[in-house]
Design a protein around this ligand. Structure first.
Ligand code: BF8
Ligand code: SF4
Length: 635
């Protein structure tokens, strides 16, 4: 193994595939990053604006050149507008995903699909109660229709606030009202943000950013939360389940189909379709032993959480999985799918199948998905994969190593269930100090950070110091591959956390799902705060996105902070061209919403920032704590 691959990833499977890529001259995301360097300094600082055609404009960060755009916008306004638009894009992506799932629920209610059904009736009824829908005397189907209809109203403008705000601690709701950032309609906040950031509308950076927080809250407590809850209703609320991860989940003697993207409504019907006896028979006729479905990114997380489907890899693995030469089809829905997969697939027999009309890929086979004919379309997709097995070139198959065992399925319901039905035992362990607090390590991979290094290093340091870790998204894959998501990993935890994990039989790093499932973390945090009769910002909690890249991650970071949770980012956001914006986000926000951002690329240092923060919060609650400053910061 040369130094080259080891510098790019800590994951053994990735390192092996990167070596093949180099030997065979196949371009990857790391090569393209290299070709882009040095990246634009103005853009990296957030100081370029192309909102209108009087521009594009740039502000000189050194003070010698222009300090204002053609319209007169200064660095503060330009940086704030750019950040706000990033949040709108991220919140829109999550919320549009939520609406797509909601439409599937509506079709169930309307009785015009046989591909889906209500899987968790109890949750359906609980949600109906939150939405003030009467359930007595109604059939499940009718409740589904009524709930879908009411939830759709959360996207519009009819309401003064989103329904799920009923879950938020009272003090926080009052704070949001006082600040004027209570999210109303999901679409409304996003549209208003685009309006405000048009040239000549909102020209006050604080005002722009407050509305950006409101928009992010419409994602966290709105669009994403609807996506999670309705997915649970349709596909089942996750409970602890055994699974596996890394490229070793591909099988040399089976038809391998990877499901990539974010929306579980497609992948769920593919799971149904792959069981079809006719397709199984066809696979055998092709010489394969059967059909092996594997996940990638958040669609993979959705499948792993509910069905234990093995996980092939996270964001930076999407090109490398094709290079195994053992992938018959990569079925994509939307988000985080690099257009580059089509190019890599050309070097192999892999067929890229796109499925959503809003997410087409030039060069891919497109099969339009329609939830009303879900399973039928799912079968057609699987058939294409199976038929492609004949085109596999056995000499080019190279599946690196064996998969790692991992556990998934820790929904809030499952965690509370493991605790015996109440958050009390967790609260007691935190009070006693055997668990110091909890941290959510979430988000993406980014080729600017050594693949998986940020996630795994931070999670290790947290559990060693008795901080419970919950993970979602690509962080869950990284930590699963690193072996931290088995109960045995408790041995790597501090004495207090180790004892709690052993008593409950759970890993010290808990898989809570996909990126829209970060809302499960909000729900858990709110439940703990409500249980203690306090606000979320008083709790010893933190968030971290050590390797983030996407607009969705910015929206997540914003709603997590606006909900009162301190968050450390591992990749610098493009805001450093405005010291005022940096000051607001990294300091001032603490006085406004009780939480702030920090940026720290080194996970060893990020770990210390989080440990110090957790001790300060413990002290604030009057719990046994150590002096935060006594925790040394590594050089
Ligand atoms: O929604 S963590 S790279 S796959 S954006 Fe994308 Fe980031 Fe992965 Fe999932 Ni989330
Ligand atoms: Fe330039 Fe202002 Fe137009 Fe932006 S909005 S491109 S700063 S003139």
């Amino acid at each position: 193994m040369s130094a080259h691959e080891k510098e790019l990833s800590i994951a053994g499977d990735a390192q092996k595939m990167l070596r093949y890529a180099k030997e065979e001259n196949i371009e990857t995301v790391w090569d393209r990053l290299h070709a882009q360097e040095p990246q634009c300094g103005y853009c990296s600082l957030g100081l370029s604006c192309r909102i209108c055609t009087m521009g594009p404009c740039r502000i000189d960060p050194f003070g010698d050149g222009p300090q204002k755009g053609v319209c007169g916008a200064d660095a503060d306004v330009i940086v704030a507008r750019n950040l706000a638009r990033t949040i709108a894009a991220g919140a829109s992506a999550h919320s549009d995903h939520g609406r797509d799932i909601l439409e599937a629920l509506y079709h169930v209610g309307a009785g015009d699909t046989e591909s889906y059904r209500v899987n968790d009736e109890e949750k359906l009824k609980r949600l109906a109660a939150e939405y003030n829908i009467k359930v007595e005397g109604k059939k499940t189907q009718e409740i589904a229709k009524d709930l879908a209809w009411e939830m759709m109203e959360d996207f519009g403008t009819r309401k003064e606030e989103l329904t799920f705000l009923g879950r938020v601690p009272k003090a926080r709701r009052e704070l949001w009202n006082k600040l004027g950032i209570t999210p109303r309609g999901i679409d409304r906040e996003n549209v208003e943000l685009l309006h405000r950031t048009h040239m000549g509308v909102d020209n006050d950076y604080v005002n722009i950013l407050l509305h950006a927080l409101r928009t992010s809250l419409s994602d966290g407590w709105g669009g994403s939360m609807i996506a999670t809850e309705v997915s649970d209703v349709l596909f089942g609320t996750p409970s602890p389940i055994a699974s596996k991860a890394n490229l070793g989940v591909l099988k040399p003697d089976m038809v391998n189909i990877a499901l990539h993207g974010h929306n579980p409504m497609l992948s769920d019907v593919i799971v149904q379709a792959a069981r079809d006896p006719e397709l199984q028979k066809l696979a055998k006729e092709q010489g394969a032993k059967g059909i092996n479905l594997v996940g990638l990114c958040c669609t993979g997380n959705e499948l792993q959480m509910r069905r234990g489907i093995p996980m092939a890899g996270n964001h930076l693995m999407q090109e490398l999985v094709i290079m195994t030469g053992a992938l018959e089809a990569m079925v994509v829905d939307y988000q985080c799918i690099m257009p580059a997969v089509v190019e890599v697939a050309k070097c192999f027999h892999t067929r890229i199948i796109s499925t959503f009309d809003k997410a087409k890929f030039t060069g891919a086979t497109h099969i339009t998905f329609d939830p009303r004919r879900g399973v039928e379309i799912g079968k057609e997709i699987v058939r294409q994969g199976v038929e492609n097995y004949a085109n596999r070139i056995p000499d080019r198959v190279r599946i690196p190593g064996n998969p790692t065992e991992m556990m998934a399925g820790f929904s809030v319901e499952a965690i509370i269930g493991a605790l015996g039905g109440s958050p009390e035992p967790l609260v007691d362990a935190i009070k006693a100090g055997s668990i110091r607090g909890a941290v959510a390590v979430v988000g993406c991979n980014n080729p600017k950070i050594k693949h998986d290094y940020g996630h795994v290093t931070l999670a290790r340091r947290m559990i060693e110091n008795d901080i419970l870790v919950v993970v979602t998204g690509c962080s869950a894959v990284a930590n699963g591959k690193a072996g931290l998501m088995m109960p045995e990993a408790a041995e790597q935890a501090g004495e207090g956390l180790k004892a709690v994990c052993k008593a409950l039989g759970i890993p010290p790093v808990l898989h809570m799902g996909s990126c829209v499932d970060n809302t499960r973390i909000l729900v858990l945090a709110a439940a703990l705060a409500n249980f203690l009769g306090t606000d979320i910002d008083k709790l010893p909690l933190a968030g971290a996105a050590p390797e983030w890249y996407s607009e969705k991650a910015v929206s997540i970071g914003a709603y997590v902070v606006a909900s009162g949770i301190y968050t450390v980012l591992g990749v610098q956001p493009p805001i450093f061209g405005s010291p005022n914006v940096v000051n607001l986000l990294a300091k001032g926000l603490d006085d406004v919403v009780g939480a702030k951002f920090a940026v720290e690329p080194d996970p060893e240092k990020a770990a210390v920032l989080i440990r110090r923060h957790i001790e300060q919060k413990r002290q604030g609650l009057g719990l046994p704590s150590v002096d935060a400053e006594s925790i040394p910061m590594p050089d």
